[in-house]
Write a protein that binds this ligand. Structure first.
Ligand SMILES: *Cc1c(COP(=O)(O)O)cnc(C)c1O
Length: 440
């Protein structure tokens, strides 16, 4: 069949020419590589019409479905005006409008937006800004960073240095600058009988003990607010963020909120830190920012930080250079994404959708092999009891055979669907996931 040949041909060419991310390429001798010919809504299609429900939003980036007509139209309109121009010395409407709207959404305390193209770069920028702030304000000895155990902030060398996922970090350890990890408030790690909130308080006390001793050399604490994604959707009580904010203030340490995954409504509020009623000093955004269309990231900074760089001396300025900073097409996709949030009252609508998905997943939550079933906004996760070391891969494969794109992290299965997932797609996702659990 000719169509079948198109699938096979693309796979062969891909394996020969493309080095795929987060992949031991040799595994593709037995693990299928999936060709994507086109995508619409929550579905990815190959050349033969086989389809896969994108239940992980294409690595956590897609919010309003593939081929979204409103984002498409905005991009076509933008193409007719300006695709890109350098942002040093020049400016344009999409980058200005996006900066205004992001800082407004963040509550007004974060009025200065710096742009890059991916999450790891946003982490690098936030770390550099924090260090440079302290240097500009006469405290150059503040050079250390603190993060949570099991944190993930990206995989360039600086971002990896503050991450704590062994699989990604161990090999490159000799290249990395040391950082400190304090206990994660992940409630799965609480003692029996200890509430998530009590555990969060206990972890905050450990943070305080560390900063009490080391604040003089510590520039910033970087956290993933409410949900540590790559750790396996570890969730924690907002009380930790409230206390971390107060402790950072007490010891003159910046609080960097890495909302690269949690931002844009993923945990129920527009930004996760809003559930703790705090404002970070630096806010990292990416992933959902363009609705999953184009690479873009942003770091939002407070006026206090910004002012410490504002000077006659060039070297006191933030000199980070990135050629595609503030790309007009990416900013326009982000503006179209924000328009949808307003037009469709997405944060409100997601409350209903989230409750509906949780209700539909009740049988899954109660399944004898399922533990720690948890939910935050539009994220669901649970552990599956198994003694199969290859659980993640075999589950992934069985999901594909049932038209589902699910990528467990260890024995943690999670759903992070586009917000536009429809009723029949929710049913299909839950029923087929149950089927897989029954059969593995
Ligand atoms: C994905 C992610 C990053 C890294 O973003 P990339 O665009 O993949 O570099 C950083 N932090 C968090 C919390 C993430 O989920």
């Amino acid at each position: 069949m000719q169509t079948s040949n198109r699938n096979d041909l693309l796979l062969k060419r891909s394996l020969a020419a493309v080095w795929h991310p987060c992949t031991q390429m040799k595994q593709h001798e037995t693990l299928p590589l999936i060709p994507v010919a086109r995508a619409q809504g929550c579905w990815l299609y190959d050349f033969e019409g086989a389809r896969y429900l994108d239940a992980v939003s294409s690595w956590w980036v897609n919010l309003f479905g593939h081929g979204n007509p409103r984002i498409n139209a905005a991009l076509i309109d933008q193409l007719a005006q300006l695709e890109h121009a350098m942002l040093a010395g020049f400016t344009h409407e999409p980058v200005v409008a996006l900066s205004e709207r992001l800082s407004q959404l963040a509550g007004g305390g974060l009025g200065h937006c710096f742009y890059a193209s991916d999450g790891a770069a946003a982490t690098e920028i936030a770390l550099k800004m924090s260090f440079h702030y302290w240097r500009n304000t006469g405290r150059p000895q503040k050079t250390q960073f603190v993060s949570l155990a099991n944190s993930y902030h990206g995989e360039t060398l600086g971002a990896l240095a503050v991450s704590d996922v062994r699989l990604f970090k161990d090999t490159y350890a000799p290249l990395l600058r040391a950082s400190v990890q304090v206990p994660s408030p992940d409630w799965r790690l609480a003692q029996a009988g200890e509430s998530p909130r009590d555990f969060a308080v206990r972890c905050a006390q450990a943070l305080e003990r560390h900063l009490e001793q080391h604040h003089a050399e510590t520039a910033a604490l970087i956290v993933e607010p409410l949900v540590q994604g790559a750790a396996g959707m570890a969730m924690y009580d907002a009380e930790y963020l409230r206390r971390a904010r107060a402790i950072c203030d007490r010891y003159s340490v910046h609080l960097i909120a890495d909302e690269i995954m949690t931002g844009f409504g993923r945990t129920g509020s527009f930004f996760a830190f809003q559930q703790a009623a705090i404002t970070p000093d630096l806010l990292c955004l990416s992933k959902g920012i363009t609705g999953g269309y184009l690479p873009l990231s942003a770091v939002l900074a407070t006026d206090t930080i910004y002012q410490a760089f504002y000077d006659d001396a060039v070297t006191r300025g933030f000199l980070h250079s990135h050629s595609y900073t503030g790309n007009a097409l990416a900013c326009r996709a982000a503006l179209a994404t924000l328009d949808i949030f307003g037009q469709d009252k997405v944060i409100e609508a997601n409350k209903t959708k989230s409750a509906q998905i949780s209700a539909a997943a009740r049988a899954l939550a109660r399944h004898p092999r399922v533990t720690n079933f948890r939910n935050s906004g539009m994220i669901w996760a649970f552990e599956v009891a198994t003694d199969d070391a290859g659980f993640a891969r075999s589950f992934y494969r069985q999901a594909l055979a049932r038209e589902l794109l699910l990528r467990p992290i260890g024995n943690t299965v999670y759903f992070m669907p586009p917000y536009v997932i429809a009723d029949d797609e929710i049913d299909l996702l839950i029923h087929r996931t149950l089927e897989i659990i029954e059969q593995t």
